[in-house]
Ligand binder design. Structure first.
Ligand code: SF4
Length: 213
């Protein structure tokens, strides 16, 4: 194991600069993006969000009203579109039934309660829940994804088989609970994974090159 997690962040930030995630115009748009991006690329999600906006469907009320099949057609570009249409509807139905339709009240819950409530909604896994908490609710819950694991594994911080919660706890315990730091850190890991640390690592020129084990 090499540098501290703060050192790693500093090197990534110095190399890539601020990433300013999440690219969305509203809290609800962040949530829709977080659900649609499961197992697919962001490019495909952008297409779906564009269509939802064009059809004036990107709101809680409209997703509540639209039937699953019509919603599926609008988000078809994302793959698993029937399943994702159901997930979007399930999320929105939960907010209408249990929170009187107030997304703001739902997101204003204390972080750990919000997290466990999100994980109770069918189709919301840990990564999606943490993305929603961090980028829509603006609360400091670290997001772990396959890039996080790959980079941390290659630098000796975790084993090849890992538990999401264990890796998340490492960041949660070692870093200050700072929303901006967590938002940038996750975005920087995604950038690093895409540009250098893919399935085959391209260590030459990578900002973490000196630390590879
Ligand atoms: S590309 Fe190499 S140096 Fe960069 S993060 Fe991956 S393993 Fe580390």
């Amino acid at each position: 194991m090499g540098k501290s997690l703060e050192d790693i962040f500093r090197r990534l930030f110095d190399h890539f600069g601020p990433q300013k995630w999440w690219p969305a115009e509203s809290q609800f748009e962040v949530i829709v993006g977080a659900i649609l991006t499961q197992n697919t690329s962001w490019k495909k999600v952008e297409r779906a969000i564009y269509l939802l906006k064009q059809e004036d469907r990107l709101s809680m009320e409209e997703i509540h009203k639209i039937d699953e099949e019509s919603l599926g057609i609008l988000i078809k570009s994302c793959g698993f579109f029937r399943q994702k249409a159901k997930r979007l509807k399930d999320f929105v139905n939960h907010i209408f039934i249990e929170w009187g339709g107030s997304l703001e009240d739902f997101l204003n819950q204390p972080m750990e309660i919000l997290r466990s409530n999100l994980l109770r909604i069918k189709g919301i896994g840990q990564e999606t829940a943490d993305s929603i908490i961090l980028y829509a609710a603006h609360k400091p819950s670290f997001v772990v994804d396959r890039y996080t694991h790959r980079i941390m594994f290659r630098h000796g911080y975790t084993s090849q088989r890992y538990r999401y919660e264990t890796l998340r706890s490492l960041f949660m315990s070692e870093l200050p609970k700072d929303v901006y730091l967590f938002q940038e850190y996750h975005a920087l890991f995604v950038r690093l994974g895409k540009e250098y640390c893919g399935k085959i690592p391209r260590c030459h020129g990578c900002p973490l090159q000196e630390d590879v084990i």
